[in-house]
Design a protein around this ligand. Structure first.
Ligand code: GCW
Length: 830
């Protein structure tokens, strides 16, 4: 474009937008070297809480740049304010010789920006004009582009050559929050709801707005604010104006509000005597209710519906189909441009476990595949990525391949329900990448999951904790979800790197170390929890947190692993099993059905096999279980050590918080390792060829100590405590003492104890009369029982011991916390 042309276009623009664009003559004449004076530097000096997440701007000097905003949509105002924060720059209506200009393309008529799609953006640097341009078809796109531009800046990318057009891979990029109106969050691990308390919307929605900002920065365009197990109150005329306030807090960030609804609402809150989806009164009720919503929230995104699942009512009450239920709501939303997301997570949780042909994994397909093609154009079936329920490892759901004529969204879980509840580091992007890239071979063609779905929905469950998810490193999952929904071709490692750099600073060692920790974390978590596709062997009946192997068996929930003395695994083959494998397109079915081709990592999901079966790896199943649990638990011991290398390179506050989490995880990985190895050792009767399982030479069982006041108790399930037993104190004070019989030297002493959530017992470990450590059991693990949820450890390092030294553990119970102890472990300091 010639300079003349540029000027003329700018003139036209001025007329068009009414904004005085003034080009300084110097800028019109010469090309000067590029700008960006006030680059962000992320200093390690400031103490931080994680509240800023990856938007941690710290411009060091006053910028010479200006920000020119063309237009006045709320998203544009947010965008320019964001830039101003990031750059420390002024917002003006006057172009200077160093401006960033933002606006939609129809206001940027000095150049063309081909290839843009809704929500997408174009970033372009025009060196001769000393301009950075951020543009898009629509205001949300400009905001997305602004965050992308800031990301480039923070990562130290070369902005002088920028010419980037980026469109989202799918139009639906939503998060679901499982927030209850009382302020609790189902499967939330980051504090109470940022939206609700005591059955009302919070008076102060500052934090909801901040969340929308985070979401916008990764391209998320809708947030469903309430639990899919929906309280019907959410749709009452009394409550909806409150919900409208949340929508208003989201609006400047281009994030639309959506709601989970209860299918029985016409009856429970509407006063009708039915909720039959085909009844004209019900159709009229939903139409009127939807109109009411749109009057209050004109940009309302739509409904999410969990029906006929886990006790929620649905169309089956009236013998109607999922498609009929979905279309009822979709039709109500259609005139307003809204969409309906219908959850595919439907299964019988009272299934008969004695019937070897029953299989929960079949449920999503069996329930939805018959209705393929019967769903309305604006209805989407939301499929969990695996056929069971967010386990540490699952195959891709075959329903994704079956819905060839129905729109679908893929449901991923950001909140780590079955993957350590944010107390364990488990970066899920590598898992999600495997899901998105998995080629389902629909019609024999290359059909990766990412290409079959129209949207990605992440169950986020952020809370009021400053750092949103309860753990700083867990935020990589929220970030990665948004980045992958936008651009699934990014690698998990690329995403981790850019997240780490923005969150903790652009120091090479910091970024390398954190990225590597994140990347190692899922295989490590899977390694000490669920082997070979069995699922996470957690207690599925209670917290979904610590080990609880048999909880999966002999009940209606259908997470069976069919473990016996001889062998283990669900036979899901077509030949002899439940036939689940036959739900996949033929090429994929063939791979899973054939033992020769079925990958080791899923072999026990697909087949029932003897413990002595030899895997592709050359190991027997039982030896693999021992080896993987020992190797992974050992890797987890290294996590805090690896983190420690960043001391001084990241702020002290987050350094300590992360270190504490990783140290806890290292201890809990041992709980997991021992529970699973002991259980399989007992069940199979086959020893660990390396002699580890069941042998703990450094351990002193609490029940073997000299007890005063303490009494022995059985722990349930038995595998969650060493030897199946612990000691508890029923008095005001108890002690457990023993004499050290090893050789003189420096030792690390680990105390394995139980920290239940009712009170805060005190423990004191003494060597002779000297106190080595005194601490409170005041964490909030998800149980009041002694089990693998509450089992935790503290390690006192470098203690000098001599033969026959006496050690005493004192326990002081508090409010139902009986100061329970499992064992002590004394090992030479490394
Ligand atoms: O995994 C299960 C969870 C439930 C959840 C359900 C669902 C919201 O344990 O807490 O309910 O899935 O996805 O509907």
């Amino acid at each position: 474009m010639t300079r003349k042309h540029w000027g003329r276009e700018a003139e036209k623009k001025r007329g068009h937008s009414g904004l005085p664009l003034i080009f300084p003559p110097r800028l019109m004449q010469q090309g000067c070297p590029l700008f960006f004076a006030a680059l962000l530097t992320l200093s390690a000096a400031n103490a931080e809480t994680g509240r800023q997440a990856w938007l941690r701007y710290q411009p060091t000097q006053k910028s010479t740049q200006t920000i020119v905003e063309l237009g006045n949509a709320p998203e544009l105002t947010s965008a320019s304010q964001e830039l101003s924060l990031a750059l420390g720059a002024r917002i003006t209506h006057t172009l200077t010789n160093n401006s960033v200009v933002l606006g939609t393309v129809d206001q940027m008529n000095f150049a063309s920006f081909p290839g843009l799609q809704p929500g997408g953006y174009c970033l372009r640097t025009i060196p001769t004009k000393h301009l950075s341009v951020i543009t898009a078809l629509d205001p949300p796109g400009v905001l997305h582009g602004t965050f992308a531009w800031i990301r480039h800046l923070t990562l130290g990318d070369n902005l002088s050559q920028l010419n980037e057009t980026s469109n989202p891979s799918v139009p639906i990029r939503w998060v679901n929050e499982w927030d209850n109106l009382d302020g609790s969050i189902e499967r939330g691990y980051g504090g109470r709801s940022i939206f609700f308390e005591s059955n009302n919307v919070l008076p102060d929605l500052t934090r909801a707005g901040r969340y929308a900002r985070l979401l916008a920065s990764i391209g998320i365009n809708s947030c469903t604010v309430n639990n899919v197990n929906a309280n019907p109150r959410v749709l009452t005329s009394e409550f909806l104006p409150q919900i409208a306030r949340v929508a208003a807090a989201f609006r400047p960030w281009g994030v639309k509000l959506s709601l989970s609804v209860d299918f029985a609402s016409p009856k429970t809150i509407g006063g009708l005597d039915t909720f039959d989806p085909l009844d004209p009164r019900i159709i009229a009720w939903w139409n009127a209710k939807t109109e009411e919503i749109y009057r209050l929230i004109p940009d309302f995104a739509g409904f999410v519906l969990k029906a006929d699942s886990e006790g929620r009512v649905g169309p089956s009450t009236y013998g109607r189909t999922h498609a009929e239920a979905a279309n009822l709501l979709a039709n109500a939303l259609k005139p307003h441009g809204g969409i309906l997301i219908y959850r595919g997570f439907v299964y019988d949780h009272h299934a008969d476990w004695r019937n070897l042909k029953n299989d929960r994994a079949r449920a999503a397909y069996d329930n939805f595949a018959p209705f393929n093609g019967q769903f309305a154009e604006n209805a989407f079936v939301q499929v969990k990525h695996g056929p069971i329920d967010f386990q540490a490892r699952e195959p891709v759901s075959p329903l994704i391949a079956a819905l060839t004529k129905t729109h679908e969204t893929l449901e991923l879980q950001i909140t780590q329900e079955y993957t350590g509840q944010q107390r364990h580091l488990c970066y899920l992007a590598p898992m999600w990448k495997q899901v998105l890239d998995f080629d389902l071979r629909v019609g024999g063609a290359h059909t990766p999951v990412g290409k079959l779905v129209s949207g990605l929905v992440g169950v986020a469950n952020v809370g009021r904790d400053d750092n949103w998810l309860g753990a700083d490193l867990a935020m990589a999952n929220l970030y990665a979800f948004g980045r992958l929904a936008w651009q699934p071709s990014l690698t998990a490692e690329q995403i981790a790197r850019e997240w780490a750099a923005q969150t903790f600073g652009n120091n090479r060692r910091v970024v390398d170390t954190i990225t590597q920790l994140e990347m190692d974390s899922w295989p490590v978590y899977e390694g000490y929890t669920g082997p070979l596709g069995l699922g996470t062997l957690t207690d599925i009946l209670r917290g979904h947190y610590g080990p609880g192997i048999e909880s999966a068996e002999r009940n209606g929930w259908g997470q069976w692993i069919r473990a016996g003395h001889e062998g283990i695994g669900m036979d899901r083959t077509v030949a002899t099993g439940t036939g689940f494998i036959g739900q996949y397109p033929p090429e994929v079915a063939h791979m899973y059905e054939s033992l020769k081709e079925c990958p080791d990592e899923l072999v026990l999901f697909m087949h029932h096999l003897p413990y002595t079966y030899v895997l592709h790896s050359g190991k027997t199943i039982i030896q693999h279980i021992y080896d993987s649990h020992y190797a992974a638990a050992e890797a987890a011991q290294q996590f805090p050590e690896r983190w420690r290398t960043l001391n001084g390179l990241v702020d002290q506050e987050r350094f300590t918080a992360v270190l504490n989490r990783l140290a806890y995880q290292a201890g809990h990985a041992i709980v997991w390792r021992d529970a699973i190895c002991s259980w399989f050792l007992r069940e199979s009767g086959i020893p660990d060829s390396a002699g580890r399982a069941g042998h703990f030479p450094d351990r002193i069982e609490a029940e073997a100590m000299q007890l005063s006041g303490y009494a022995m108790t059985d722990v349930t399930p038995w595998e969650d405590a060493s030897g199946g037993k612990a000691i508890t104190c029923g008095l005001a004070n108890c002690t457990a003492a023993f004499a050290f019989h090893g050789t003189a030297g420096k030792y690390d002493i680990a105390v394995q104890y139980f920290d239940v959530n009712t009170g805060a017992a005190r423990f004191t470990l003494k060597l002779g009369n000297d106190i080595l450590r005194s601490w409170l059991a005041d964490d909030h693990f998800p149980t009041k029982e002694l089990n693998g949820d509450s089992s935790t450890r503290i390690t006192i390092r470098n203690v000098k011991l001599r033969p026959e030294d006496t050690m005493t553990l004192e326990g002081t119970p508090d409010n139902g916390d009986r100061a329970a102890i499992d064992y002590l472990e004394i090992r030479r300091s490394r």
